[in-house]
Design a protein around this ligand. Structure first.
Ligand code: ATP
Ligand code: MG
Length: 366
């Protein structure tokens, strides 16, 4: 997968820009706050329809603009393709075209250009709170499995409605009558999420172990363990079984949810753990081990995409390379010598030997 050209209008701090890229490494250089991460965000959005940092779609529109336009020429699936998104402020739905034909959902563009983002926060993700790991896992899995993406969106919708019921039922007791319906749907869709996650984390862990073991010279045995609702004894079980397990947990927490007015049960609290030779990384890992394990996870994600789509995804390294010591830099660079990479960096002159340099200032190329 290769992004050959990108045209932006009114995206973040870019009023209008047209860029051509190298099939290998593209180094995006510029001072702070000039638009380097915004550019990576546009690339990621183009391929996935998702921003890795915006809370709301309207944030992507340039201040004062009423639309944003992201258009790219991509070489993938052995041919030239185009993707285009037009986003609007307010509630007007966004529009998507693939090769000039209007499309409805991100499932219609799966595999055209997938991206793997690696940013400095990811380096410490294994020490962070569980929500950072869920976000990392969900972002990776959504691009890989559009049905998971749809299920996750539905789960979050139901969860939000259930939260509202739990918050408001004392003023409006009739709400409790519809609660069982929401609980049933949560168990059904939740079971689906667990099923996808179990398989995904299993493959991710196996791939990451290979990278980690290589880097540690075989001294550390990397193991990733998916953690979900405690009543689920086998996350690989059939979804009807998972549904039953979720229901058992839910029933035992029914009172507690009403009293605390919070959704206490379900896979929205899922997590994963990494251990090195049996020692829990979150509690005991050194900074170096934590970083190496995080790099391994990202390289593993890239490898899973490569296997699924039959080509290298586009790799986005946001400020991460300059954060690493020389040994880890080399390790990353040696493993990404094929495929297209975007690297952002603040220091001019650094990494320039790697590929094409694009210098950005105030949303313009200089
Ligand atoms: P750093 O090196 O600090 O990471 P960067 O080059 O990655 O900097 P970006 O995050 O890409 O910087 O760009 C940040 C700039 O873009 C900020 O100055 C911010 O105000 C501006 N910006 C963000 N969103 C919008 C928007 N919707 N409209 C206009 N400008 C925006
Ligand atoms: Mg940045």
């Amino acid at each position: 997968m290769e992004l050959r050209k990108l045209n932006l209008r009114n995206f973040r701090n870019y009023e209008e820009i047209s860029l051509a890229f190298d099939p290998g490494v593209n180094l995006i250089v510029g001072q702070n706050a000039q638009g380097k991460t915004n550019l990576l965000e546009a690339v990621a959005y183009l391929g996935s329809g998702k921003s890795f940092r915006a809370q709301k779609q309207s944030e992507l529109l340039r201040f004062g603009a009423d639309f944003a336009d992201i258009e790219g020429e991509i070489f993938s699936q052995e041919r030239n393709q185009t993707l285009r998104w037009v986003l609007f402020g307010g509630s007007r739905p966004r529009q998507l075209w693939r090769n000039g034909a209007k499309k409805k959902t991100t499932a219609d563009i799966t595999g055209v250009m997938s991206t793997v983002l690696f940013c400095p926060e990811d380096l410490m993700v294994l020490k962070a709170g569980s929500s950072a790991r869920r976000k990392l896992g969900d972002q990776a899995l959504c691009q890989l499995r559009p049905n998971y993406d749809a299920a996750l969106a539905e789960y979050n919708r139901i969860l939000e409605q259930k939260s509202r019921i739990l918050k408001d039922y004392s003023e409006n007791p009739a709400l409790l009558e519809i609660l069982p319906e929401y609980n049933t749907r949560l168990c059904q869709v939740g079971a689906l999420l667990i099923s996808y996650r179990a398989r995904f984390y299993d493959s991710l862990g196996l791939e990451a172990a290979k990278f980690h073991n290589q880097f540690s010279g075989g001294k550390e045995e990397f193991r990733l363990q998916y953690r979900t609702v405690s009543t689920v004894s086998d996350p690989f079980a059939k979804t009807v079984q998972l549904e039953e397990d979720l229901r058992a947990h839910l029933e035992s927490h029914y009172r507690a949810e009403l009293e605390s007015r919070q959704c206490l049960t379900g896979p929205h609290k899922d997590d994963f753990e990494v251990s090195l030779s049996g020692i829990d990384l979150k509690a005991y890992g050194s900074q170096g081990q934590t970083r190496t394990a995080a790099i391994s996870l990202k390289l593993a994600q890239r490898e899973l995409y490569r296997r699924e789509f039959g080509e290298e995804p586009v790799l986005l390294l946001d400020d991460v390379l300059s954060e690493l010591d020389p040994a880890r830099q080399d390790f990353v660079l040696n493993h990404i010598s094929s495929g297209q990479v975007f690297i952002t960096c603040c220091e001019p002159g650094r990494f320039t030997q790697l590929g094409k340099t694009i210098e950005i200032e105030k949303g313009q190329v200089i």
